[in-house]
Design a protein around this ligand. Sequence first.
Ligand code: FAD
Ligand code: UDP
Length: 370
Amino acid sequence: MKNLERKYDYLIVGSGLFGSTFAYEATKRGKKCLVIDKRKHIGGNIYCENKEEINIHKYGAHIFHTNNKEVWDYVNQFVEFNNYINSPVANYRGEIYNLPFNMNTFSKMWNVATPQEAKAIIDKQKQIIKDEPENLEEQAISLVGTDIYTKLIKGYTEKQWGRDCKDLPAFIIKRLPVRYTYDNNYFNARYQGIPIGGYNQIIEKLLANCDVELNVDFVKQREKYQNIADKIVFTGAIDSYFDYKFGQLEYRGLRFETERLEQDNYQGVAVMNFTAREVPYTRVIEHKHFEFGTQPITYVTKEYPADWQLGEEAYYPVNDDKNQKLYQKYLDLAKQENNVIFGGRLGEYKYYDMDKTIESALNLVKKELR
Ligand code: FAD
Ligand code: UDP
């Protein structure tokens, strides 16, 4: 029998893409949901702030891309997407290279024209890696050789993650395509784009029919919220839920510096990566280019990677062996919590893109709300 003190079927902690997708599907099935978030706005990291008709990606550039038609159709029911294709450029001490690593990059780097010439150079340079790559450095060199590793990967990666490439897992660099064609599309994805008018519309529609409370930190107000619902879907950091009893999981932090410039086109591209170690930021985002803006002014954001400390926004999980082991301990505890489900980038301590976040929330819906 339903406990009458409990006002809701689900308390959803976190109004990011995971929590909001779950809330929408649960509400659609007649469940009563309360969504709380410690931030002052909904949407988690996909939140945009509109200034002078430019959608500013407040928590870093977000480009939707997926190979999953179900997920693509899912998001398209809430908003129309434009035909933006992410084609960032890398700036290494003033030299400009196309990304991801493709024939345009190789041609600029070595003045070659054919895939055969590029392959021959990479094959020669990667000979220093004899065995199966065991870390990011070895993986990168075996994919693209030493020149590209040195100019376009090493500095960027070491500032992004705050550690040596030899101490990072190989999978991080496998996110980037390597192509022997002249194709600057950053993603190998069948479907890609930016929501016309920004991401907020998706979250607003997902949460339209449930209760939402902002500026509420579940961990600080447990007594009030712990028993408000039959079940909790927790999308905050899993270690925070357990009061860090085994120690803190590590995250990478970010700092964003945004300025308005009195010019219509600052850098000619939405995303420019600064790959030299001595430049303190990793990327400069010119937001208007995501939506082909024609405003007379522009907004640009420098993205500075930063060490993360408790109390700050946790952006990237650091999925090295040490942290994975610690996460496993929290996961074992999580399995014993009967009425709490952990999900999303922080709840599962996973480097999820938006499509994988939605996929994972929809999988939970299939299990939980049959
Ligand atoms: P979040 O968006 O982090 O939402 C979690 C929410 O929970 C937050 O709003 C937080 O405030 C709230 N919360 C946490 N703890 C508590 C608490 N104790 N009490 C109350 N509320 C709490 N994906 C792509 O597909 N393409 C991209 O180009 C892309 N670029 C990215 C760039 C950056 C810099 C980052 C960091 C991520 C990027 N992503 C990208 C990934 C994307 O942001 C995630 O897939 C998605 O936002 C994850 O949603 P989520 O709901 O799991 O987490
Ligand atoms: N990377 C790099 N140079 C670049 C861009 C990316 O070395 O110019 C590496 C870096 O290690 C980064 C990883 O590739 O963490 C994945 O890049 P992606 O753009 O997917 O990172 P995200 O958007 O998740 O920050």
